[in-house]
Design a protein around this ligand. Sequence first.
Ligand SMILES: [Zn+2]
Length: 243
Amino acid sequence: MRGKGVKSERKRLGRKEKMTEEERRLNAAEETEKRLAEWIPKTTAGKMVKNGEIESLDQFFERNLNVMEPEIVDMLLPDLEEKLVDFHKTAKVRRSGRQFSFRATVLVGDKNSYIGVGTGKDRERFPATRKAARNAKLNLVKVRKGCGSWQCGCQETHSIPFKVSGKSSSVRVVLLPAPKGTELVVGNNIKDVMILSGIKDVWSKSSGNTGSKLDFVAATIDALRNTTKKRLSEDIVKQATRK
Ligand SMILES: [Zn+2]
């Protein structure tokens, strides 16, 4: 627990200024902590996480469990970052007139080895974003990083271990390992996916022009999913990724 918290501190001092970025962050952390303390898991997997039987997301997935409650992710990956990558206002024409709603697309990632995307729809802005973040947490994908570039061969985890591709509707994305210092040579619409999965150097090619931003993001995550799907012999894994 973080003592009395920012809010009570403010009350005590009688300040009325706007919250600083730091205070906002602390407040959010406090709220998460409180929410997790009050969390009553509904699933067996959730109970195992809450009582400490499962201590990491890797352990969780090794047991072939499914994330059915976003709190599981909040608990096991407290450093997960969220980013709103797309936001749309949509209108439906009803007999009573036009009805607006919002569709949010949120990316979540720990800048290390997990990435996920989700969408949420609501008549209000904020709930649409919350729903999207929740769905993103239920759709986490594990990313295996490495250095698959023959021009580099440093054995660190700054890139991906080998070429992968993925698709979503008409969009196809190919990711290629790149040597150190290349940075992210990818389209702007998928840069956030790389940043939130902690990949520093990569090349990409994409095709399909009718796709939405969500399709590009989803195709990229599908490609990253393939970094763990391919079965490699132990020595290649050792060569491509530092353990
Ligand atoms: Zn390298």
